[in-house]
Ligand binder design. Structure first.
Ligand code: BGC
Length: 722
């Protein structure tokens, strides 16, 4: 349709029909999807009326459901305006790849694109038009259960990976039934909730908002994301969905966003609980004034918007603009010509879990695992005769993590399966040893597990955090290993020191005590469908770990918030940190630095940083600085290193971070091989937000370093001239 056709359509619509375009319902109100319908959905609203009126639905699972929903709606809608079908396709559809936090540890934008491309194909075949992805909430507090949905604590990583995901998902032409639109979320600063509690308010200065939290959303908008979802939280006192500054001034004004804004689940209605709206009607007014186009879940706009327009509180022009944005998106997706878009049950059968997709998922799980410790016991030799596979996650199928699609665990390659796929003759004993639930104190199975460990050649000890303990609404005040897992680890490692610990978890955990006793630790996160195969290949050296932490691991929960790019104080604690330094910025009971810092990760080989060279000692604002980092594989195996470039602004008008990642590149190196990794630094990367909230660079001296956070190995200085 042309823009003119869309306007003619709009002009023909009744007020109720227009409002309907701004209403999103849960698909489960109309068809059997198996999804839980929580909150106010469907309260006393006749499904018949809704089905005719609604503009979009969320949460369905396959092409058959997608087609049934579309048919049901089109049959009833007098205007025959197709539904938009939306779903959270976060880290895969049928084939699940590692959780976003793990993907961040891959430090590989192409890997994100490859996985997103796979998810796009499966999701498009299931009939998805819009995915509520990417989530780019920069998070620095692992108490927040949704940290697993973000790629990193670092805005640069979130910006690059979010944009890569958008490009791979939407591609160039949304009318192509293989492509789907992206909704970037949760705008803004949802990851900074006070005390790590989900949905909690965020108080952050405009300077730090612009420097730390906004860039990743902007990068996704710049990459073309067609939708934006405001966050649940109040930001500096105003819930995002009603935050005019955030939405009208920054998003639509400064960034020129022309797409659709969709509220988060019932966020419009929640303005009442926040205490900024008198009642639901008032909440609708506030959300409309802030430019929220679609109300996710039905009760607010559907019930109150028509009256608000009739009595002139919400101008009809504002309603029309919102409706036009929705109609344009439908049109861009080609829905008026083909309302089913890519929904195709045959394609689903062909694509879902096909060998090629499993291969991508396995590769991603291998690339994102982080080797935290290795006292020479990994990789295990393949001629091991017997292995004891111990721990609450030893035979677990739920290794996919929050937002994996319902039921995918039936297709997960478990650890026993993966080990036997690789080594069919291995004598494998499996023992749970203990549970991993919060508050679980049952140690009765530990003795038997230790006995199994004692008699095996090697032990793989699978610890972590149950899948349900991270994700939305799952904050923890203490992020240590839950249940009696430490007791299990002590008993097992004492019984057999040839033990490698595998960790499955959705947030950085405190591993301080475990790290003291475990000879080897490999952080697997939630690796997804191919968990067992990837773990087996990593443990036995068919794959070499190359993940680097995209969020540091704390020594104690009390260290949070713990950004790697912390600001210096007037009394910094001397480094290296070897004890108590009174009257410095420090703790009496824990060192300042994390147990494992941002950017850290080991390999089965070793790397040496031989050189860091700058093409010049001074640059003007127009110049480019060429930075050459020479890195060599000094070990005996091929491996991959993520070369990280950090910046420090030595003197500025406001306090600057002690280290700031400004670029990264992952390189493969054969044994003995050296490579020059060349970065280009320009004045743009030296900018920051000054006290008056202007983005500036200030002339003066800067330091560039290579290494990882808190362990910068090579450093050179240069000057930015006036
Ligand atoms: C979450 C969003 C999600 C939406 C739809 C909400 O509860 O916060 O991230 O996209 O539900 O499922």
């Amino acid at each position: 349709m042309t823009e003119k056709d869309l306007k003619t359509l709009l002009a023909s619509m009744t007020l109720e029909e227009k409002v309907g375009q701004l209403v999103q319902c849960n698909a489960g109100l109309f068809i059997e999807t198996g999804a839980d319908i929580t909150g106010p959905e469907g309260e006393a609203l006749p499904a018949e009326d809704l089905c005719r009126a609604m503009g979009s639905v969320l949460t369905f699972e396959n092409a058959a459901q997608a087609r049934a929903l579309q048919d049901m709606h089109l049959e009833k809608d007098p205007k025959k305006i197709p539904l938009l079908l939306m779903l959270d396709v976060i880290h895969g559809m049928a084939t699940t790849y590692p959780i976003p936090l793990a993907m961040g540890c891959g430090f590989d934008d192409d890997l994100i694109a490859e996985c997103a491309d796979m998810a796009r194909k499966e999701a498009a075949a299931a009939g998805v038009h819009v995915t509520f992805n990417p989530m780019v909430d920069t998070a620095r507090d692992a108490r927040w259960g949704r940290i697993l949905e973000t790629n990193s604590e670092e805005p640069l990583v979130n910006s690059r990976m979010g944009a890569a995901l958008v490009r791979a998902t939407q591609r160039d032409n949304l009318a192509d039934p293989g492509n789907i639109a992206c909704c970037v979320k949760h705008y803004a600063a949802y990851g900074a909730g006070e005390a790590g509690r989900d949905y909690n308010g965020v108080e952050v200065s405009e300077r730090s908002l612009r420097e730390t939290y906004l860039p990743a959303y902007k990068a996704c908008v710049d990459a073309g994301a067609r939708l934006v979802m405001p966050s649940f939280n109040a930001l500096n006192g105003i819930p995002s969905v009603a935050n005019k500054w955030l939405m009208n001034r920054v998003l639509r004004g400064e960034w020129g966003f022309e797409g659709v804004v969709i509220s988060d689940y019932n966020a419009v209605g929640e303005l009442v609980a926040h205490g900024v709206a008198r009642d639901m009607k008032d909440a609708v007014r506030l959300a409309m004034e802030a430019g929220c186009d679609i109300d996710m879940v039905v009760n607010a706009y559907y019930t109150y918007l028509p009256d608000l327009v009739r009595d002139g509180t919400v101008p009809e022009k504002a309603l029309d603009e919102a409706v036009m944005r929705v109609l344009r998106l439908k049109n861009e997706l080609g829905l008026f010509e083909n309302p089913y878009h890519g929904a195709d049950s045959e394609a689903e059968k062909r694509l879902n879990l096909c060998p090629e997709h499993r291969e991508i998922a396995r590769h991603a799980a291998e690339e994102t695992a982080v080797l935290l410790k290795n006292e020479g016991i990994l990789p295990f030799p393949k001629n091991l005769k017997s292995v004891a596979l111990i721990g609450p996650f030893a035979a677990e199928t739920r290794l996919n993590g929050f937002w994996s699609r319902p039921g995918v665990e039936k297709d997960t390659v478990t650890l026993p399966r993966g080990l036997l796929n690789l080594l069919p003759d291995l004598e494998l004993t499996v023992a749970k040893g203990c549970g991993a639930d919060l508050g679980d104190r049952d140690e009765s199975e530990i003795t038997a597990a230790a006995e199994a460990a004692r008699t095996a050649d090697a032990v793989i000890l699978c610890l972590g955090e149950p899948e349900n303990d991270s994700g939305e609404g799952r904050s923890r005040a203490d992020v240590t290993l839950p249940g009696p897992q430490l007791a299990l680890a002590r008993a097992v490692i004492t019984a057999n020191p040839n033990t490698a610990v595998l960790l499955f978890n959705g947030r950085p955990l405190v591993l301080t005590e475990l790290a003291e006793i475990a000879p080897a630790m490999l952080e697997m996160w939630y690796p997804g469908t191919e968990a067992g195969n990837a773990a087996a290949r990593l443990l036995f050296g068919d794959a070499n770990p190359c993940g680097r932490l995209s969020a540091g691991l704390p020594r104690a929960t009390g260290q949070y918030p713990m950004p790697y790019n912390r600001m210096n104080t007037g009394r910094p604690k001397p480094q290296p940190d070897s004890g108590v330094f009174p009257f410095t910025s420090s703790y009496l009971d824990v060192p300042n630095l994390p147990l494992y810092s941002f950017g850290y990760g080991l390999s089965y080989t070793t790397f040496a940083y031989e050189k860091l060279e700058l093409s010049r000692a001074e640059i003007s604002k127009k110049d480019e600085l060429r930075v050459t980092v020479t890195v060599r594989n000094t070990g005996k195996r091929a491996g991959k290193e993520t070369v990280q470039l950090y910046l420090r602004d030595l003197v500025a008008s406001v306090v600057r971070p002690v280290q700031q990642l400004i670029d990264y590149r992952k390189v493969s190196l054969a044994p003995g091989e050296a490579k020059d990794v060349i970065f280009t630094v320009t004045e743009k990367q030296l900018r920051f937000w000054n006290f008056d909230c202007e983005e500036v660079s200030e002339p003066g001296e800067f330091e560039l370093s290579a290494g990882y956070a808190d362990h910068l190995l090579l450093t050179r200085r240069f000057t930015l001239t006036d």
